[in-house]
Design a protein around this ligand. Structure first.
Ligand code: UDP
Length: 248
């Protein structure tokens, strides 16, 4: 498998690949040439902490072909663990690069998930940015396993090559893992979290200077305060890493 050729740092048993944004696009171009459904996860500290309590999710991350360093906390942790990640690869930036790659190569893109209407609107925004982009389909659907069969049939009938799944973690990554072997035309499936909401402007990303300071998570907490309970995972993650480094 292509993913296994890329070195990874082990962060609390989750492998996070040492890869840049540009290398990710090159990896995707390689993956798209194979008759296989590759899975990408966009990992952040919340994923890692969820995986500590959810063995199925941990196994799924360990078996994903590529685990991208989506959160700055992972970059900090990798430095403390003396195996530094080259940079952060945010899923919300990657979706644009992937849509552009689809347009450049003639790959058909399917957008699954988010609230009803969001995927359609995101598709229109992407199509406007990349006129050659072919949208194979859009559908909100549901991550409920009872819906799997109908969703798989819909995606297979669309003959899409690439699939974005926007059900949030861990649901989206579990969805891909459960269904990847039944997706007959998809070469690459990626969990994209709230990226479709960002594309449509429903959620607003932090300005670049805040991102560059490594404080995008703080901006998100400020904009979406209802996330505070979930984001307690961040200090817990930092504490676990510090203890691990001290004891090593
Ligand atoms: N979502 C969905 N169905 C669900 C749960 C979530 O479509 O049952 C969508 C939600 O509308 C949002 C996306 O999943 O567009 C990501 O949600 P969230 O922002 O919680 O995920 P994160 O970005 O934190 O991974």
């Amino acid at each position: 498998m292509k993913g296994t050729t890329i070195d990874a740092v082990n962060i609390l048993n989750v492998p996070v690949h040492l890869i840049t944004m540009d290398q990710t696009i090159a990896w995707v171009e390689g993956a798209m040439a194979h008759h296989h459904t590759y899975q990408i996860a966009t990992v952040n500290p919340e994923f890692v902490m969820t995986a500590q309590q959810d063995p199925d999710f941990l196994t799924i991350l360990q078996s994903a072909d590529l685990c991208l360093p989506d959160g700055i906390g992972l970059v900090w942790a990798s430095r403390l663990l003396k195996k530094p990640l080259p940079e952060r690869v945010p899923g919300s930036d990657l979706v644009y690069r992937l849509a552009q790659a689809c347009a450049d190569h003639g790959w058909r893109l399917f957008l699954l998930g988010a609230a009803p209407g969001v995927a359609e609107e995101a598709a229109a925004v992407l199509k406007n940015l990349y006129p050659a982009l072919m949208i194979a389909g859009t559908f909100a659907g549901s991550p409920d396993p009872r819906e799997d069969q109908a969703l798989v049939e819909r995606i297979n009938q669309s003959e899409a090559d690439m699939l974005f799944v926007a059900y949030g973690a861990p649901r989206q990554d579990k969805w891909i893992n459960r269904n990847r072997n039944r997706l007959t035309t998809i070469h690459l499936a990626i969990g994209v979290g709230g990226s479709l909401d960002f594309i449509t402007g429903r959620s607003v990303r932090a300005p670049r200077w805040i991102q560059n300071l490594g404080l995008e998570w703080l901006h998100r907490l400020f904009k979406e305060p209802w996330r505070w309970r979930r984001m307690l995972a961040l200090p817990q993650f930092a504490w676990k890493i510090i203890k691990l480094v001290q004891n090593s």
